[in-house]
Design a protein around this ligand. Structure first.
Ligand SMILES: [Zn+2]
Length: 131
């Protein structure tokens, strides 16, 4: 197999696999905020992109406001990953546009960067002084 330029082939069965992984990650967060089955059902019914006047959107955002900053961030990352999956840009590194290895995607389905670029980003965060 020759993988030439960028453009990861996250399609077909793989796309389905990651769709499920992201959905599972989202459900996990939902389960953390929901205190009743009804609340959980509302969160599960709610889809990002529903019109704001949609009743599930309203209830869901009230429930999701219970999330801590870290979990909120996690959910945002899942949203973003699901959007990338829908737009077929999932699995491409946002730094170098290279393909993110599948094993990395499986370990961290919401990741935006390959390992190299991730290190870069982390280092950038550490040493913003001078440049
Ligand atoms: Zn990269």
């Amino acid at each position: 197999m020759t993988t030439k330029a960028a453009g990861h082939a996250i399609t077909g069965a793989l796309q389905e696999e990651f769709r499920r992984r992201l959905a599972a990650a989202r459900s996990e967060i939902h389960a953390r905020v929901a205190t009743t089955d009804d609340e959980l059902a509302t969160l599960e019914a709610h889809q990002a992109g529903n019109p704001p006047e949609d009743v599930t959107t309203e209830i869901a955002s009230a429930l999701l406001s219970r999330l801590e900053g870290r979990e909120k961030h996690e959910l945002d990352e899942i949203d973003a990953a699901q959007a990338r999956l829908a737009a077929s840009t999932y699995g491409a590194c946002e730094g170098c546009y290279g393909a993110i290895p599948l094993e990395r995607l499986r370990a961290v389905p919401t990741t935006r960067h390959c390992v190299t670029c991730q290190r870069h980003e982390e280092r950038k965060g550490e040493s913003l002084a001078g440049g």
